[in-house]
Design a protein around this ligand. Structure first.
Ligand SMILES: [Zn+2]
Length: 267
């Protein structure tokens, strides 16, 4: 079990993921999270009672703590999206640290009986002593799928997309569903078509706030595009020459589109 909570000691040495709301501490020149002891961070925050070990990097432990006692994060705290695009080697830890703190913040009391929860020390969990209810960090799987029809790809613009880019389709997995069932349902709900030949691609943690993107490649099977009014603003089939702006390669959607372009060239 790599991720667990432990008592703070001033002797602890390692990498530090210091989280403030949606930001992570990366001192100038913003190349990395800091290494050393807590006192080396030189942050005006009090020593924590607990730290959370969230992994190892370069043979050293990585600890997560939060700095929310600071009223405002300084310029040395960078946003999670900035971490993804500019410091991808650190994004994995930034994502974990953020999700650990979100978990602790939202699981202070038992959801079953309302008593205060206590931290488990050998794995990352909280436990209610009176009723034995135990909680783990929340992870919400999302299927994301690139659909190809010969030398064309289906790209859609989501009504809630902040970027305004065209991308592949995605949606949350519902309770009791397999990942494959979720792909078929989401595609049908969002654009009214059937797909076939699903192939697992890869996955990416997406800490906005606690998703796990599970990527699939699929082929068009049947049906006409019929867009879901609530979710999809526009969707169409594109060849490589006609493609609109799509997400960058560091996102799983960008990688799914890139992989599909390779298949389109061969079609
Ligand atoms: Zn309880």
């Amino acid at each position: 079990m790599i991720q667990h909570s432990m008592s703070f000691s001033s002797d602890l040495e390692g990498w530090w993921c210091v989280i403030h709301t949606h930001r992570i501490f990366m001192p100038v020149p913003h190349q990395n999270i800091p290494f050393g002891r807590f006192e080396d961070l030189a942050l005006p925050i009090s020593e924590p009672e607990q730290v959370h070990k969230i992994g190892e990097w370069d043979g050293e432990p990585v600890y997560a703590i939060n700095a929310e006692e600071l009223d405002e994060p300084t310029d040395e705290f960078v946003g999670l999206r900035t971490a993804l695009f500019e410091h991808p080697q650190m994004f994995e830890f930034a994502a974990r640290a953020f999700q650990v703190h979100l978990f602790l913040k939202t699981h202070q009391y038992c959801g079953q009986c309302g008593q205060p929860m206590t931290l488990v020390d050998w794995e990352l969990a909280t436990q209610c002593e009176p009723c034995r209810h135990r909680c783990y960090p929340r992870i919400s799987p999302v299927v994301i799928v690139a659909i190809r029809r010969g030398n064309q790809i289906l790209l859609a613009k989501n009504k809630r997309s902040a970027s305004g880019l065209y991308s592949v389709l995605a949606g949350f997995v519902e309770s009791g569903e397999t990942l494959e069932q979720a792909v078929h349902r989401e595609v049908y709900e969002e654009v009214g078509i059937k797909v076939k030949n699903l192939k697992y691609f890869e996955s990416q943690p997406w800490p906005f706030p606690h998703s796990l993107m599970v990527g699939f490649l699929a082929e068009y099977d049947s049906g006409e595009l019929t867009l879901c009014d609530e979710e999809i603003e526009a969707a169409d089939w594109y060849t490589i020459d006609t493609m609109p702006n799509t997400p960058p390669l560091k996102t799983i959607s960008g990688q799914l589109i890139e992989q599909t372009k390779r298949l389109m060239k061969r079609a």
